[in-house]
Every structure is written in structure tokens, then in C-alpha cells.
Design a protein around this ligand. Structure first.
Ligand code: FAD
Ligand code: SF4
Length: 472
């Protein structure tokens, strides 16, 4: 076989084609295309196969990246898919929406001088193409243990947990209040980043592996948490974090002001045919101001553009360099026409019975530090009004622990996140209840939620005295 170790010298990084801006803003389709087989294999061949692969260390689930790149390069697609699933329950999702620039690709040895290997696009390619060609996880060696675990929440954490449990012969019954699986993957993240059919395909795979979904069931309302604890060997909680952070300034309750997640979900429901017309927040023709600079703000910006907003202005209280969300989504927002206003603090949403604008002031960095960053100060006398017909508030999320925690002796941190053990992974202070994902670490990423769900499943196996058979 030819030695391809120095391929990176000849072969530049090439990403799959992106839709033109006009095509993007006129539909909700995913904006990135996919490789043809030859391109995928050539791009995979750019990997140096580093002895100590930094990409693998930086990936929260420690994907065996150089190994599956090699398998793909050699045309061994099914083996690449099998290996990719050994560490990740949702590789096709992570390939699409992980912030690779600060994770695996940011750590790639080639990144600075030659352009990182396009790990995310290749990860997506491997699973998409393997599934299309008929590959399915092989559970033929799995022996049922007769044990049953209830999982509350069909988001990435719950799905990661279910994946590992069924691979170890434990029945996984997943409850979710929504009619579809995915948590924020379905009811949060817009389709131009992740089409809903991708999540539905994953549902078929998981059901084929034996995972049972009970959807449209709100635990605590339709079925008691105590009932789940009593009728299962263990319970995993992956209910996310949903309390929106408020601005605490006047005008937040004016008609025309929308919390980010409610806005995004209303549009997704409209796309999926799940919403009644009056629940749909349609910003067509409006001057929209989005407050915030994270991933959720970028998703709101780009949704408003696709709805046909007259203009979309996004304000952030820090500088461009301090944006905390994905650089890729910021860049896409700029390309698609969002106007950014940096170093502005919102002080008030103004309007007479309805939103008319946002009063903002300029900011500068103070000397005091908070959470490792210099605090932001308002510069006196710099107020101005940004005209708006609609305002979307995207300041992030705080923990929203379920009411049943207190009743079951499940302890919380002061900020409402669930406390978990380090000795038995992700065990709460109730010995038969485990937790993971955003409700444990705070609002974060899909890949970290998947990791915690999988680790919690390992904790459950240990607590049940079962040996984990697959994957390593
Ligand atoms: P969730 O995905 O929130 O799932 C929790 C599930 O629990 C939900 O389905 C909910 O219905 C269910 N549930 C809660 N309570 C109950 C109950 N009582 N009974 C039944 N069901 C219940 N991450 C990235 O990596 N890349 C991105 O590009 C990205 N973009 C994002 C964009 C937005 C708008 C948002 C809000 C988040 C984004 N994230 C992104 C973060 C990512 O989506 C989350 O970190 C991840 O989904 C957390 O997974 P989880 O399983 O912990 O919780
Ligand atoms: Fe990179 Fe995310 Fe894939 Fe890990 S899961 S290899 S961080 S894209």
C-alpha cells in the first residue's frame, strides 16, 4: 500500500461545498454538503497519524480519530462506522454541530500551517454513508440481563445512556415529554444546522437496537418519578437545563419580546407541522434585535433571516474576539446578513404598549475579574436606541432541576445543578438514580452530554454488578 503520510503537503484541506447565501436564507436546509467517496478518502489521507493524537485527547468522547480516518482512506467504511460508534452514540450529529474549531480540529497538528484535517465533515460522512449502505450496530452477541433502566429525557445524554445500556443487555425505556426524540437536537437547534430527519434516522437505529421510547409522557405529571424508581433497577435523568436567564431590565415583558428557545421551538414546530398558527412567532418583515452572543443567539439571528425579517441586528456586550459560541456559526451569520453591534449593554426595551427599540450603552472592560474574564462596565453618557419591532433575548440558561429531586434526597449544587459522585460515575446522592448532560454540567454541548450519558450508563452497570461487554 502507498505511504500517504506526507499527503498533506500536496493536498489542501477542502471542505464540502456550502449552499450559496441566497439558497441558504430561502430555506431551512442544512447549509453544508457532503463529500463524494473519493474526496472523503483523500481528505482522510491528509492525517499524519500522530503518535500522540491531540485531536483525540481534545475530543470530549476521545474518538479514535486517526484510526477511523485510516479505515476510511482504505475504503473500509463499515469498520470506520463501527469504530466511530465505539466512543460516540451520535457521531453523525457531532460531525455536523460540534464546534470542531475549538475541539478536535483546533488541536490537529496541521491546523496552523496547513489547515486541520476536516474531521467533523468526515465523521458525518462515515455514519451517513454507512447507514445508507445498510450498516447497523451489531448486537448479536449481547445477552439479556433481565435488568431494566428508566431514562428521563430523550436528549443527547439520555440517548448516550440508552446506547450503552442496550449494548450491555440492559433494557432502556426512554421517557420524554416531546413527541419526538432528540431533546434540543429536535426542539432547539434549527434545521439549517441539523435536519430533523438525521435525528429520526438515529431513532430507527436505536429502536432497532432495542431501545424503547415512550414519548409525549411528562414525568412528574403523566407518571410519577417515584413510580419509575420503584419499577426499574435504576433511573437516569437527562432532563437538560431550561430556565432562561433574564436581562433584569425594564421592558422585558412588552409584547414583541421573545425568549430565544420559545422562539426557536415555535418555528421548528411550525416546520414540523406540530404548532397551531397562533403559537408560531413569525418575524417576517420586522426589524429584529437579538440580544446575546452565544450559539442560541446565532440560531435566532439566522432563523429570523430565513423567516424574512426586514433586518436582524445582534448586540453583544463584549468584543467580537470574546464571542463564546461557535466561530463557524458567527461567520455564517455575518455571511447571511446579520448586523453585529459589539460592546453594547442593553439597558431597557422601550415601547408604548409594544416594542419600539432597545436602549443600549457602550461598554468597556473593567479591572475586576469574574469567572476568569474581566467584567464589563457601562460607559456613562453613551446611551442610544436601536429601533426594533421584535426583540429576542438569548442570554443562556440556568439549571432547572425537577421538583422530585428534593423528595428523593437528590442533592443539588447551590446553582441548581445535580450533584454526582466521582467514584461511581454520575451517581446522584440517591444510590439508584444517575444523572448527566446539561442538568449536571450546566448548558454546554451535545458531545459532552453524550459523554456523560454514556459514563452514567457505566456507573449504572457497575452499581448493578454487571460487567460492561461493549464498547470499550
Ligand atoms: P436536552 O437536549 O435539553 O434534552 C433533555 C430532554 O429531557 C428534553 O427532550 C426534554 O423534553 C426532556 N425532559 C425534561 N423534563 C422532562 C420530564 N419531566 N419528563 C419527560 N421529559 C423531560 N451544542 C452543540 O454541541 N452544538 C451546537 O451547535 C449547539 N447549538 C445549540 C443551539 C441551541 C438553540 C441550544 C439551546 C443549545 C445548543 N447546543 C449546541 C447545546 C446542546 O443542544 C445541549 O448541550 C444538549 O442538547 C444537552 O443535552 P441533554 O440531553 O443534557 O439535554
Ligand atoms: Fe471532533 Fe466532536 Fe467528532 Fe469529537 S465528536 S471528533 S470533538 S467533531
Amino acid at each position: 500500500m502507498t505511504d500517504t503520510t506526507l499527503n498533506f503537503l500536496e493536498l489542501p484541506r477542502v471542505d464540502p461545498a456550502k449552499l450559496s447565501v441566497e439558497e441558504r436564507v430561502s430555506s431551512y436546509r442544512e447549509i453544508y454538503g457532503t463529500y463524494v467517496p473519493k474526496e472523503a478518502s483523500l481528505q482522510a489521507s491528509r492525517c499524519l497519524a500522530c503518535g500522540n493524537p491531540f485531536c483525540e485527547w481534545k475530543c470530549p468522547v476521545h474518538n479514535f480519530i486517526p484510526n477511523w480516518l485510516k479505515l476510511l482512506e482504505e475504503g473500509r467504511l463499515f469498520e470506520a462506522a463501527e469504530l466511530s460508534h465505539r466512543t460516540n452514540s451520535l457521531p453523525e450529529v457531532c460531525g455536523r454541530i460540534c464546534p470542531q474549531d475549538r475541539l478536535c480540529e483546533g488541536a490537529c497538528t496541521l491546523n496552523e500551517q496547513f489547515g486541520a484535517v476536516s474531521i467533523g465533515s468526515i465523521e458525518k460522512y462515515i455514519t451517513d454513508e454507512a447507514l445508507k449502505a445498510g450498516w447497523r450496530p451489531d448486537l448479536s452477541e449481547v445477552k439479556p440481563t433481565g435488568r431494566r433502566v428508566a431514562i428521563v429525557g430523550a436528549g443527547p445524554a439520555g440517548l448516550g445512556c440508552a446506547d450503552i445500556l442496550v449494548r450491555n443487555g440492559v433494557s432502556a425505556i426512554v421517557y420524554d415529554r416531546h413527541p419526538r426524540i432528540g431533546g434540543l437536537l429536535t426542539f432547539g437547534i434549527p434545521p439549517f444546522k441539523l435536519e430533523k430527519s438525521v435525528v429520526e434516522t438515529r431513532r430507527e437505529i436505536l429502536e432497532g437496537m432495542g431501545v424503547e421510547f415512550r414519548l409525549g409522557v411528562d414525568v412528574g405529571r403523566d407518571i410519577g418519578f417515584d413510580e419509575l424508581v420503584a419499577s426499574h433497577d435504576a433511573v437516569f435523568m437527562g432532563t437538560g437545563t431550561y430556565r432562561a436567564v433574564e436581562g433584569g431590565f425594564p421592558g422585558e415583558r412588552l409584547p414583541g419580546v421573545h425568549p430565544a428557545l420559545g422562539y426557536l421551538i415555535s418555528n421548528i414546530n411550525q416546520q414540523l407541522g406540530l404548532a397551531s398558527a397562533e403559537d408560531w412567532v413569525d418575524l417576517r418583515g420586522k426589524r429584529v434585535v437579538v440580544l446575546g452572543g452565544g450559539d442560541t443567539a446565532m440560531d435566532c439571528n439566522r432563523t429570523a433571516l430565513r423567516q424574512g425579517a426586514a433586518s436582524v441586528t445582534c448586540t453583544y456586550r463584549r468584543a467580537e474576539a470574546e464571542l463564546q459560541g461557535s466561530r463557524r456559526d458567527y461567520k455564517n451569520s455575518v455571511e447571511e446578513g446579520v448586523q453585529f453591534v459589539f460592546n453594547r449593554q442593553p439597558l431597557e426595551i422601550v415601547g408604548d404598549g409594544r416594542v419600539e427599540g432597545v436602549r443600549v450603552a457602550q461598554t468597556r472592560l473593567g479591572s475586576a475579574m469574574r469567572r476568569g474574564r474581566r467584567v464589563v462596565e457601562v460607559v456613562p453618557g453613551t446611551d442610544e436606541i436601536l429601533p426594533a419591532d421584535a426583540v429576542v433575548i438569548a442570554f443562556g440558561f440556568e439549571a432547572s432541576p425537577p421538583a422530585w429531586c428534593a423528595e428523593h434526597g437528590i442533592e443539588l449544587h447551590a446553582d441548581g445543578r445535580i450533584k454526582v459522585s466521582t467514584s461511581t460515575p454520575f451517581q446522584t446522592t440517591h444510590p439508584r438514580v444517575f444523572a448527566g448532560g446539561d442538568m449536571v454540567r450546566g448548558s454546554d454541548l451535545v458531545v459532552t452530554a453524550v459523554f456523560e450519558g454514556r459514563e452514567a450508563a457505566r456507573g449504572i452497570l457497575i452499581s448493578l454488578g454487571l460487567h460492561e461487554i461493549t464498547p470499550a
